[in-house]
Design a protein around this ligand. Sequence first.
Ligand code: NAG
Ligand code: NAG
Ligand code: NAG
Length: 304
Amino acid sequence: MSLFFCIYVTCLLFSSARRNDVPVIGILAQELHVQRSNRSAYIAASYVKFLEAAGARVVPVRLSRPLEEYKRLFNSINGFIIPGGRASVVSSRFQRAAQIFYELAIEAKKRGDYFPLWGTCLGFELLFYMTSEKTELSLTNTSGVMLPMSFTNETKGSRMFRGFPTQLMEDMASESLTGHSHKWGLKLSNHKKNKVLKNFFKVISTNTDGRIEFVSTVEAYDYPIYGTQWHPEKNAFEWRKPYIPHSPSAIKTSFYMADFFVNEARKSFHRFRSEEEERRELMYNYNPVHGSSTSPFEQIYIFG
Ligand SMILES: *[C@@H]1O[C@H](CO)[C@@H](O)[C@H](O)[C@H]1NC(C)=O
Ligand SMILES: *[C@@H]1O[C@H](CO)[C@@H](O)[C@H](O)[C@H]1NC(C)=O
Ligand SMILES: *[C@@H]1O[C@H](CO)[C@@H](O)[C@H](O)[C@H]1NC(C)=O
């Protein structure tokens, strides 16, 4: 009887210890270039919906906050997204906050504390700067194009695509389902030449603008750090650019990328010190507004 009880309790502990089904993910705010009174940062609602659709809740991570506040948030949330936008990857409020979370995630992994981090577009370019302390970017002709995934020999062994349906992988390789909206890219040849980047990041896909072959999807070999030069969140949630596809495979692309990252967050067991503190930080405290007529976003959250 007592043996049975022990086994039962152990099983319960193990099954609940293996997975966190109430993940909370931080999204870093981005510099707002159109000044709205004293508001100077925003989060595009598409990133929020992207994560929510896969079973996570979201906390906004604001710019210009003290280090102590970022550390407290880091210890409370289960993953972190560095979004696209326009800011310096060398010195900006955006870069400072991203760098703090990146370093905390690296230190955490060394202690056995799993904390996944994701960079999209500018956030992706920033990953390379934070890893190599060099800007290795080149100008690419990719401002608003949809491209098919050009998978590499490393894709099969990647964590990111392990759970993807074969049919979706085929569609991603043959149809233009990934949206690129960037002026800079990391040349594949520069990834190979830079020892630090080469040893840190596995290249899972590349693309070309017709002239330059650049890295478009990566995952770190030894850390739960991921990135896409393209925008997985747009297909399902942004409608303002005619080139964004909304086909069933395009929507599945959004969903499976989010599903992957939220599952990574389910491996993190950070939590807020109290339910009250969690409630205070969640995105539910804020309302999105329509993007302005020139904005590429349907809805954004605006912060000071
Ligand atoms: C920003 O403006 C709002 C109202 O326009 C005001 O309530 C708030 O105190 C201001 N915040 C800062 C930091 O100045
Ligand atoms: C950039 O790409 C577009 C198509 O996406 C093409 O029409 C244009 O000629 C290209 N420009 C240069 C300078 O290669
Ligand atoms: C990928 O694998 C194929 C077949 O094994 C091989 O011919 C090719 O050289 C490999 N490419 C790279 C970049 O390693």
